[in-house]
Design a protein around this ligand. Structure first.
Ligand code: SF4
Length: 341
């Protein structure tokens, strides 16, 4: 069976285009697929001229749009709408633009499609959700035994982080469970979370980010000036973690959803590298950094709105998940921390 499966919130997504405060047409290199390139080559008139003048071969040999001032896509007009879309229609968008913010995980007999937390419309949907992660259609058993074991582990992981209580305690349990799960996966055994008790995050104590975690953030390639500013605040320890009670409750619920999103998105990467433990670490680390970033916004803005919390989640996602180099750096950090095991 070859199916495509989606999270239960997937169909709620709609790009908010000119109402987006953070267009994905700014600050990203946009690679053009060969089919779209053929179409652009044959486009006439003023748009054809602009297309021919605004596409170049990048260092890695792919064709991409030449970004303008402030790294804007040259076809993003002053109303933050796309001129290619306006003139040629949605079908003329290159694949990367039409697809964003979707991502895919490939199993032997199914493909999972999700929405990336880097997009504010998607982040709003993901963080507003409540309860345990679920798909549009109930999951069915698959033919590959490793993948089945991985999916069992992921289901347990969803259950652990969505349990009642403090999200960071649950994430600590997730790390303990994932240690056992990794062992079971390596040795072809079954694993259950039933006998996994308390846990603690090694990089978040008393609401403060550990020195080695801050130093890792400092070494990562920066994706934006916004991140540079945020990083400076984190390095200076300028974050408040004594959140007002009502906000604390919302943060807990939202980080529970963020954790499930990271688990949903990154656990399947273990199909290629067999390493589920570092993906669990990434989920916990992502939530810890978002939490600290929310503390920066609270201190800076004198309050913490839902928009601030969306901004924290999407900024972390863009900085970490959308840079291969930063993801690799994170996984190496985990392996070093685990003593290369
Ligand atoms: S970031 Fe999301 S909402 Fe904003 S323009 Fe891109 S796809 Fe649309």
């Amino acid at each position: 069976m070859n199916g495509v499966v989606y999270p239960d919130y997937y169909r709620k997504f709609k790009c908010i285009a000119d109402r987006c405060t953070d267009s994905c047409c700014i600050g990203w290199e946009i690679d053009i697929d060969s089919e779209s390139m053929e179409r652009y080559k044959n486009c006439g008139g003023e748009l054809g001229r602009r297309l021919s003048e605004n596409i170049a071969l990048s260092e890695d040999g792919t064709l991409s749009f030449i970004l303008g001032e402030n790294e804007r896509c040259p076809f993003l007009n002053s109303r933050n709408l796309c001129d290619i879309y306006a003139e040629l229609g949605e079908d003329a968008l290159c694949k990367i633009c039409a697809d964003h913010p979707r991502f895919r995980s490939f199993f032997s007999d199914r493909t999972e499609v999700g929405l990336g937390l880097c997009c504010e419309a998607a982040a709003k949907i993901i963080l507003s959700r409540r309860g345990i992660f679920s798909f549009e259609n109930p999951e069915e058993p698959w033919s590959d035994s490793f993948e089945n074991a991985l999916l069992d582990i992921r289901r347990e992981a969803f259950r652990i982080v969505s349990a009642d209580g403090d999200v960071f305690e649950n994430l600590g349990r997730l790390l303990n469970f994932s240690e056992a799960a990794q062992y079971a996966l390596d040795n072809g055994e079954a694993v259950s979370a039933d006998n996994i008790f308390g846990g603690e995050l090694p990089f978040l104590k008393g609401g403060r980010l550990a020195e080695n975690a801050v130093s890792l953030l400092g070494k990562m390639e920066s994706i934006s000036a916004e991140w540079d500013n945020m990083l400076a605040e984190i390095i200076s320890g300028n974050y408040e973690t004594a959140f007002p009670e009502r906000v604390r409750f919302d943060i807990n619920e939202e980080l529970e959803q963020a954790a499930q999103y990271f688990i949903f998105r990154h656990f399947p990467e273990a199909i290629d590298d067999g390493d589920v433990l570092s993906k669990a670490y990434f989920a916990a680390f992502g939530c810890a950094v978002i939490y600290v970033m929310e503390g920066v916004y609270l201190r800076k803005n004198g309050g913490l709105s839902f928009t601030d919390r969306i901004n924290a989640a999407k900024l972390f996602s863009k900085q970490a998940e959308y840079s291969e180099e930063n993801m690799e750096m994170f996984f190496e950090w985990v392996w070093d921390m685990k003593g290369g095991s």
